[in-house]
Design a protein around this ligand. Structure first.
Ligand code: NDP
Ligand code: 2IT
Length: 460
C-alpha cells in the first residue's frame, strides 16, 4: 500500500491511526448497528492511501463528518388494517450528507428495516451519488412495515400515513426520496398524492420514480438493472470478454433483477436462474423474462408460479442455493449480505468470471476478498448500481425544466454516466496502487469529490 504514491511510512501510519480512531468512534456511537459498521469499515480501510496523501482531510475531520449523519429522523406510522385494527410501524429518514446537493436516496419498506440498515444504505449512497457526477447529496429511509399479504387499501393507508410525516422534511431543494425494496411506482404515487394535498402545491421535484403520466422519467424503472449491465459490459470489454453466450445467475426478481435480466439477455446472455425470498428457479436452457415480469410486476405472486407455465424448469426452496449453480456471471440483485464466503467459494469453484452487484452491499467483506484474490472481475454495488439514482437525477432535471426527454435520450445519458463511473473507478484503483480492485477504486473516486466539497465548504 502506498508504494505507487511514494508515501512515507509515518504518513501511512498516521492515516491508519486516524481511520482506526474514527472506526472506533462510529462503533461506540452506534452500538449494535452491524450493517452500518460493516459499510463504514469497508470504506474507511480503503481510504488510507488518500488520507495519507492529503493531510487536509485529516485536518478538516472529513471522516468524522462523513460518518455522522447530518440528521436522523424517526417517526411513528399509525395505520388501520381492513378489519379496523390499528397498527404502528416505525418510519425513518436519514439525511446523511449534503456536500454535493440536496439529500437523495430511496425508501425501503421491509420488516428488517431499522436504524442500522438505513444508516448503512445512506452512507453507501454518499459515495454512490458522488460517483454519478450529478449534484446529489445522500439520504435513505423507509419503514419496518411488511407489504407482503397486504391489500391495496392497506398499502395506500400505510403509505399515506408514512408520507404525512415524511412530507415535513423533504422538498425539491432539500431532500428527494425515491423507491427501494418494497417501494415502487404504486407507493411513490400514493406518497405524491398525499404530499400534494398537504403542500397545497404541485411540486413534481419532491419525489423520483414517479409514474410517466405525472412527471416520471422514461428509463427510471429500468435504470438500476440496465445500468448494472452497462457497467458490467465495460468491465468485461476491458478484459477482452463479453456477455454473449454467457450463463448468468441473478438473485431476486424485483425491480433491479428484472431489468438486469432483460439487458443481459439483450446482450446475448442466457439467464439460467433467479429467485425471491422463498426460493429460486433454475433452467439451463434460459428463463423466460416475460413470464417473470408477469408473475412479479403484474400479479405480485411468488417465483414458484413460474413452473406452472414452464414445467421443464426446477424450483428449489431457500435462497442461498442459487450460488451453487454453475454460471459464468453472477448478478446479486436482492439484498445485503446475500453472498457470504461459502457462497463465494462455490462460485469460484464453478469458475465464475464476473460478479456485478445490483443490490446494495450484497457481498460480505470475506466474499469480496475471495473474488479479488481469485481474479474474478468484481463490480462493486456503489458503482455498478448507481444507474437508478443517476436517472433519478435526470428526472429531477426534466421536472425543473418542465419538459420530457425520449427513452433514447435518457438511455444515452445513462450509458455515458455508467461508462464514466467505470473509467473513474478504474483510474482511482490504479492511481492509489490497487489495480484490478474496483471496490477500492469506487470508494476512492467517490470519496474525493465529497471530501473536497466538505473542505471547501468549511465548518461553522
Ligand atoms: P424489490 O422490492 O423490487 O425486489 C426485491 C427482490 O429481492 C424481490 O425479489 C425479493 O423477494 C428479493 N428479496 C428481498 N429481500 C430478500 C431476502 N432477504 N432474501 C432473498 N431475497 C430477498 O427491490 P429492488 O429490486 O428495488 O431492490 C433490490 C436491491 O437493489 C436492494 O438491495 C436495493 O437497495 C438495491 N437497489 C435498488 C435500486 C432501485 O432503484 N430500486 C437502486 C439501487 C440499488 P420477495 O418478493 O420474496 O420479497
Ligand atoms: O439505492 C439506491 O441508489 C436507490 N434505491 C435509488 C435512489 C434514488 O434516489 O433513485
Amino acid at each position: 500500500m502506498g508504494v505507487a504514491l511514494g508515501l512515507k511510512k509515518d504518513e501511512l501510519k498516521n492515516a491508519k491511526e486516524y481511520v482506526n480512531e474514527v472506526l472506533a468512534l462510529v462503533k461506540k456511537k452506534n452500538p449494535g448497528e452491524t450493517e452500518f459498521h460493516q459499510a463504514v469499515e469497508e470504506v474507511l480501510h480503503s481510504l488510507i492511501p488518500i488520507i495519507a496523501k492529503h493531510p487536509v482531510y485529516m485536518d478538516n475531520g472529513i471522516l468524522e463528518r462523513l460518518t455522522e449523519p447530518e440528521r436522523l429522523i424517526t417517526f411513528s406510522v399509525p395505520w388501520v388494517d381492513d378489519n379496523g385494527k390499528t397498527h404502528v410501524n416505525r418510519g425513518f429518514r436519514v439525511q446523511f450528507n449534503s456536500a454535493l446537493g440536496p439529500y437523495k436516496g430511496g425508501l425501503r419498506f421491509h420488516p428488517s428495516v431499522n436504524a442500522s440498515i438505513v444508516k448503512f444504505l445512506g452512507f453507501e449512497q454518499i459515495l454512490k451519488n458522488s460517483l454519478t457526477g450529478q449534484p446529489l447529496g445522500a439520504g435513505k429511509g423507509g419503514s419496518d412495515f411488511d407489504p407482503k399479504g397486504k391489500s391495496d387499501g392497506e398499502i395506500m393507508r400505510f403509505t399515506q400515513s408514512f408520507a404525512t410525516e415524511l412530507n415535513k422534511h423533504i422538498g425539491p431543494d432539500i431532500d428527494i426520496p425515491a423507491g427501494d425494496t418494497g417501494v415502487g411506482a404504486r407507493e411513490i404515487g400514493f406518497m405524491f398524492g398525499q404530499m400534494k394535498r398537504l403542500r397545497g402545491a404541485y411540486e413534481a421535484g419532491i419525489l423520483t420514480g414517479k409514474g410517466l403520466e405525472y412527471g416520471g422519467s422514461l428509463v427510471r424503472k429500468e435504470a438500476t438493472g440496465y445500468g448494472t449491465v452497462y457497467f458490467l459490459n465495460e468491465m468485461l470489454k476491458d478484459a477482452g470478454l463479453s456477455l454473449n453466450g454467457k450463463r448468468v445467475t441473478v438473485s431476486g426478481s424485483g425491480n433491479v433483477s428484472i431489468y438486469a435480466m432483460e439487458k443481459a439477455a439483450e446482450s446475448g446472455a442466457t439467464i439460467v436462474a433467479c429467485s425471491d425470498s422463498d426460493g429460486y428457479i433454475y433452467d439451463p436452457s434460459g428463463i423466460e423474462i416475460a413470464t417473470v415480469k408477469r408473475i412479479k410486476e403484474e400479479e405480485g405472486k411468488r417465483i414458484s408460479e413460474y413452473l406452472k407455465t414452464h414445467p421443464g424448469a426446477e424450483y428449489h426452496s431457500g435462497c442461498s442455493g442459487i450460488w451453487s449453480l454453475p454460471c459464468d456471471i453472477a448478478l446479486p440483485c436482492a439484498t445485503q449480505n446475500e453472498i457470504d464466503e461459502n457462497d463465494a467459494q462455490m462460485l469460484v469453484k464453478n469458475h465464475v468470471l464476473a460478479v456485478a452487484e445490483g443490490a446494495n452491499m450484497p457481498s460480505t467483506k470475506a466474499a469480496k476478498d475471495l473474488f479479488v484474490k481469485n481474479n474474478v472481475l468484481f463490480a462493486p454495488a456503489k458503482a455498478a448500481n448507481a444507474g437508478g439514482v443517476a436517472v433519478s437525477s435526470l428526472e429531477m432535471a426534466q421536472n425543473s425544466m418542465r419538459l420530457r426527454w425520449t427513452f433514447e435520450e435518457v438511455d444515452q445519458h445513462l450509458q455515458k454516466i455508467m461508462k464514466n463511473i467505470y473509467q473513474e473507478t478504474k483510474k482511482a484503483s490504479e492511481e492509489y496502487g490497487y489495480p484490478g480492485d474496483l471496490s477500492v477504486g469506487a470508494n476512492l473516486a467517490g470519496f474525493k469529490r465529497v471530501a473536497d466539497a466538505l473542505v471547501s465548504q468549511g465548518v461553522v
